[in-house]
Design a binder for this molecule. Structure first.
Ligand code: FAD
Ligand code: NAD
Length: 479
């Protein structure tokens, strides 16, 4: 007889594992099914985020930034280093240890919360009984087990989008998996796609000495970000970091000849170009992962982007079946996935789970960092919303000066009539940490006046947000 559970969660990324923990906290007998294997072939919980995404990329960004500081910034503090060198295998092994600590930490949390963890691919079997109980097959190699559950939470995440003429082998042509595992700095690195992964991974290897060229199809740069922030970022990334960024390119072919890879493309002027590199990262977006889930067995509905169709409560078209994270609409971000996981567990328990997609913060961990929440200026203009803008530069902030990190600014956008904050955009040091104040403000429907009247510690980077809020009403003090 198959094992029976209250809730089956398929996928143990930040959407699935958090949903499983919250379900267990709420008293449900919960199973979490996940098929991820680490390079040693062992089950590894945490999904894309912990294994080959957020955590390992941030580890490498930190290591490479430390190297960059030691090489180029310490001397301004009077710290002179001789014989500085970078041991890339040590950096990679530090990253692997951080990943292992977190993935095994989730296994420990599962044990603590009495969650049953099953390794293998989970798929709906035909003949779910219309909501009474769902039959799920868990396949691990040639072993198959069937379970049943009253509720199902699908959290199967996403996988890298492939370009048809670019064969990723993760040796020479890399997706995020290979880009996070290089054991030496390539002399020449090509990146297809100037999105979040392209910029973060390009930054890591550029700081460690690679000559990096990023080829972007769109005419603009970081088009999801506020235009002014994107322009500032492009200027800093090209002039200060030395990333070669070309927009409006159309890639026509990729050739691998002996040791080198040739990318053939036309540039913004339509002229034919060739780029020769030693390694090539392909980072052109991610696609929802619904393959092998048995969606067709039960009539699970997908939308026109192949995501699982859900309503604002993450309900699918099937009774008692929910879906969260990268596999559904909304930004592909770990914190969004986790919050949806919590919300669904609480909805199943009859509580009022909810995620506000309008206040999800975005962070890009380049140097300087980029962060935003809410609407951009271009979105407000397109929607015909009247707004006021206030802005303040890090250059005029004492803490930023002491850090030696003075690039960038904070911009606050507020409704012209009500002063309610509609968006906050940041580029500068540690804005990944500063953006939370703006998220809290927006969740509480704050006005720019509210932030302007709150006491901010001195000297702190948060004063830049304070001054930007004051500047909405043209009363910034230190400029
Ligand atoms: P995933 O993390 O993709 O997890 C899905 C899990 O389900 C996987 O383990 C998969 O193997 C498993 N699975 C799939 N199908 C089945 C099946 N049928 N049966 C069993 N198991 C299955 N986001 C941020 O917010 N901040 C960052 O800094 C950040 N950095 C990133 C860096 C990189 C390089 C990448 C690639 C992504 C990054 N992201 C970041 C995005 C983040 O990783 C995703 O948004 C997040 O992992 C989505 O969580 P999820 O639970 O929906 O899916
Ligand atoms: P992305 O959507 O951020 O960027 C992909 C880029 O590739 C776009 O600019 C797109 O125009 C470009 N592109 C598409 N096809 C192309 C082609 N044929 N030639 C040249 N350029 C092409 O996607 P990504 O960088 O792959 O990252 C995927 C997702 O992972 C992100 O959108 C984000 O949701 C998540 N992520 C988040 C973080 C973070 O939060 N810091 C970090 C990494 C990844």
């Amino acid at each position: 007889m198959s094992q029976s559970f209250d809730v089956a969660v398929i996928g143990a990324g930040p959407g699935g594992y958090v949903a499983a923990i919250r379900c267990a906290q709420l008293g449900f007998n919960t199973v979490c099914i996940d098929e991820w294997k680490n390079p040693q072939g062992k089950a590894s919980l945490g999904g894309t985020c912990l294994n080959v995404g957020c955590i390992p990329s941030k580890a490498l960004l930190e290591s490479s930034e430390n190297y960059e500081r030691a090489a180029h910034k310490f001397s301004a503090h009077g710290i002179n280093l001789q014989g500085l060198s970078m041991d890339v295998p040590v950096m990679i092994s530090r990253k692997n240890k951080i990943v292992a600590a977190f993935t095994s930490g989730i296994a420990m949390l599962f044990r603590k919360n009495k969650i049953t963890s099953m390794h293998g691919r989970g798929a709906f079997l035909k003949g779910g009984t219309g909501g009474e109980v769902w039959q799920i097959e868990v396949k691990n190699g040639d072993q198959t087990e069937a379970i049943e559950a009253k509720y199902v939470i699908i959290a199967t995440g996403s996988t890298p989008r492939q370009l048809p003429f670019v064969p990723v082998d993760n040796e020479r042509i890399l997706d995020n998996v290979g880009a996070l595992a290089l054991t030496e700095t390539p002399k020449r690195l090509g990146v297809i796609g100037a999105g979040v992964i392209g910029l973060e991974m390009g930054s890591v290897w550029r700081r460690l000495g690679a000559e990096v060229t990023i080829l972007e199809a769109l005419p603009g740069f970081l088009m999801a970000a506020d235009e002014q922030v994107a322009k500032e970022a492009q200027k800093i990334f090209t002039r200060e970091l030395g990333l070669g960024i070309q927009t409006s390119v159309k890639i026509s072919a990729i050739r691998v000849d002996g040791e080198s890879i040739t990318v053939e493309y036309t540039d913004a002027q339509g002229a034919a170009q060739k780029l020769e590199v030693d390694k090539l990262i392909v980072a052109v977006g991610r696609i929802p992962n619904t393959a092998g889930l048995g969606a067709e067995n039960v009539g699970l509905q997908l939308d026109n982007h192949d995501r699982i169709e859900v309503d604002s409560h993450c309900r699918t078209n099937l009774p008692n079946v929910y879906a969260v994270g990268d596999v559904v609409r909304g930004p592909m971000l770990a914190h969004k996935a986790s919050e949806e996981g919590v919300a669904v567990a609480e909805i199943i328990a009859g509580q009022a789970g909810h995620v506000n997609l309008d206040t999800i913060p975005w962070v890009i961990y380049t140097s300087p960092e980029i962060a935003w929440v809410g609407k951009t200026e271009q979105e407000l203009k397109a929607a015909g919303i009247q707004y006021k803008a206030g802005q303040f530069p890090f250059m005029a902030n004492g803490r930023a000066r002491a850090l030696g990190e003075t690039s960038g600014f904070v911009k606050v956008l507020a409704d012209a009539d009500t002063d309610r904050i509609l968006g906050v955009h940041m580029i500068g040091p540690y804005v990944s940490e500063m953006i939370s104040e703006a998220v809290v403000a927006m969740e509480f429907a704050a006005s720019s006046e509210d932030i302007a009247r709150i006491v901010h510690a001195h000297p702190s980077l948060s004063e830049v947000l304070h001054e930007a809020a004051l500047s909405v009403d043209k009363r910034a003090l230190h400029i």
